[in-house]
Design a protein around this ligand. Structure first.
Ligand code: SF4
Length: 289
């Protein structure tokens, strides 16, 4: 059974994606320079980050109407054009943390709609990012997750884009199915792959890690869709997977007798939570190194 010390390996890619890191840094900079700001929804789906920012003056609101601070922040998921108009009307200072990759998806959808395309968005209609992209199509966009559920399409120009966090292969599978069903009516087709490479990088790194360890710890909030999916990806490998929000959830039983465990984290999980998990695992497994 080895030397009794637990080896802890981190995934090659884990935790904050560049878009989320940028958003948190922009909010922190604003708080330090100008003070209080209201964020339209949580800046990250992670309660530790939200609480830390709240202590420094960032309050979470659901709509522009609720804002009592002079400044407002749009999250990395972006927002619809009507939100920008309302902010302008109220004369609020805007901290726009929309991720550049989401911004591109919005611009592509907006331009396609302006050029007369019906815009199909492969994504979840209720997701804030998709609602934002839809808004930029000025009524010419539809969101769906399945080719079985296509909007009425009389014919003409069709544009297809994706929610950024979707897997590119699934997106292209959707595109092929849409073409198969609608091709006699499509006169002009534009497909723009607006998926973000960051999500896939975390899944691939977790799968590589799973090959080398006896258990995997996935760190992140249970309300983070991408962390949940990361945990599901790990579980499918058959390696025991523990989806935890913080280090204190770890039971000593989980690592008893193990020699090598892996740690990964979703795109909304801050480094400090991962570091705390690694520290706890070290305590439980000798010095861990
Ligand atoms: S996952 Fe990609 S699109 Fe989403 S915030 Fe991160 S970098 Fe941007």
């Amino acid at each position: 059974m080895g030397d009794g010390l637990l080896k802890i390996e981190l995934a090659r890619v884990y935790g904050f994606c560049p878009g989320v890191r940028r958003a948190v840094e922009m909010i922190e900079e604003h708080l330090a320079r100008e003070g209080a700001v209201a964020t339209l929804g949580a800046i990250v789906h992670n309660s530790r980050v939200v609480e830390t920012l709240a202590r420094k003056g960032a309050t979470v609101v659901k709509s522009v109407a609720e804002i009592e601070t002079p400044a407002v922040a749009i999250t990395a998921h972006g927002a619809g054009h009507e939100v920008y108009e309302e902010i302008r009307r109220r004369g609020l200072k805007l901290v726009d943390t929309t991720c550049p990759i989401v911004k591109r998806a919005q611009e592509v959808a907006r331009d396609l709609a302006r050029e007369g395309y019906t815009v199909l968005i492969y994504g979840e209609e209720a997701h804030p990012e998709v609602r934002g992209i839809l808004s930029w199509t000025a009524g010419k966009g539809y969101a769906t997750m399945s080719a079985d559920d296509l909007p009425p399409f009389k014919g003409g120009k069709l544009g297809i884009v994706s929610q950024t966090t979707k897997d590119p292969e699934t997106f292209w599978g959707f595109v092929r199915e849409v073409i198969r069903r609608l091709h006699p009516r499509i006169k002009d087709l534009r497909v723009v792959d607006t998926t973000c490479p960051e999500t896939g990088r975390r899944y691939r790194a977790a799968l590589e890690l799973a090959k080398r360890v006896q258990a995997i710890f996935v760190v992140g909030s249970r309300n983070s869709a991408n962390t949940r999916k990361l945990a599901e990806t790990c579980k499918k490998t058959g390696v025991p997977t523990y989806f935890i929000e913080s280090a204190d959830e770890i039971s000593p039983e989980w690592v008893r007798g193990l020699e090598r465990v892996g740690v990964t984290a979703g795109a909304s999980t801050p480094d400090e939570l991962v570091e705390e998990v690694v520290e706890r695992l070290k305590e439980l497994g000798g010095d861990g190194r």
